[in-house]
Design a protein around this ligand. Sequence first.
Ligand code: IMP
Length: 491
Amino acid sequence: MSDYYRKKIHSDDLIATFDDVLILPGFTNFSPIDVDLSSTLGKYHFKLPILSSAMDTVTEENMAINMALHGGLGVLHRNCSFERQLEMVRIVKRARSFVIDGEHVATIGPNAQISKAKFMMENYNISGILVTNEENRVCGIFTKRDIPFFEHDIKNGIVKDYMTKDVISIKPGGTREDALKILYESRKEKLPIIDEKGMLKGLITKKDLAPEFPFASKDDQGHLLCGLALSPRFPDSSQSQALLKEIDDYVDIFFIDVADFYKIDDITGTIKLMKFLESDFVLGNIGTYQAAEYLITKADFVEERFIGLKVGMGSGSICTTSLQTGVGAPTLFATAHVADAIKDYNPKLTLIADGGFKNPGDLPKAFAAGADLMMSGHLFAGTEESPGFIDTIAGRKVKVYRGMGSKEARTSGYISDRYVEGSKMLTEGVSNYVPYVGDVLGVLSTLKEGLANGMIYAGAKSIADMKKVPLGIVSVVGQRETAPHDLIGKF
Ligand code: IMP
């Protein structure tokens, strides 16, 4: 990039944002099929560099599951109790994983009656139950096919006389491919995981192994990745601390979620949380080089679990922070500045550009400015998978989308510390409607194409290459010209 443009985009006094810039076309020496959109956050891999915001009208369990299934990540919001957060993270972690943990596998004792086994299968809607003794040692499997024909036998028979004793199983730690092979060769539907001592450790079912979601973001056990927003405040009560510990067992990445993280109280609270919890942390939001420099070099975070910075302040479509306080660091500006600090002090950190994305073409711009991942609330609030109902306004389907600093969101009481503590009167967000846009897969597919096509025009094969492409400031007249113009219809 020429120094002239580089200096402009990175200058402290020109606060440029998405519509102010364009990427210059570059030489494309590869085929469209070779474009690689994958990115990382610490040790986690994403096939799609896209995250949904931790907002109560955007990401609850349904959104989180679907974002992870399609290769991104949905960050669960924090405008609720720890009990509700625990419920959400449990649902996400257990969804679609190809292994059902031992404690959740339906089992029955060998001396139980057939009628009980039949009742369990009908009620849990499953086709078979593992038979285990008091020590949890597997002694057989009883499936629908083992149910005797005569009513009399169903009533009086006991499981051990009808079960299959020779159980085909897999050892703990077996891969998806190992499991598929055994299931295929044995023509079975269920594959128990049994250790050397004969103890039941889990269950794999053929249906869960089906590769419906080849891009899913998963942990090394095959469970979906789970991200959760957290206040930087260390909880006071021992009950809350215990709940948080339990939440920690399910979460991969905590996202410290405040409007402006460059505050000493938030930093010290987060350090305490990091020492108390074991999962990884993304910190944010920040907006300047100086903030990133301070957090990376001067704050005493647990280094190996501080994996990313989330940036942008005032760009959100529901955000009024800049109007209300006069302070802001629009996402593109914040990305360029924090990317410089990350390059200077810790290139291993991941940068997440958060808020302000309106069009698919904004994604390539964020990556060109230095982001590794992007986050949006606006683009996902109108989908099927966001919380809330579909409403109709003037014949148009809509869903509510609200800022976490809006009056409506803040009355819950859980989120007041996202802004300035003690400030009660000043809202920093609004609540409104967005068009209903169908399912999240449709939105992700459009974003994916916008990003991929932008990368192809720019001549960048990967997100890492994208960081090197030239970005320039567009004049106001130029901005007008890049949108449809001089036509009769309305846009
Ligand atoms: P959007 O996708 O442009 O609507 O921006 C979403 C981002 O705005 C979120 O990921 C948050 O970082 C931020 N945000 C959420 N609620 C508020 C608010 O009420 N005021 C300011 N920023 C907000």
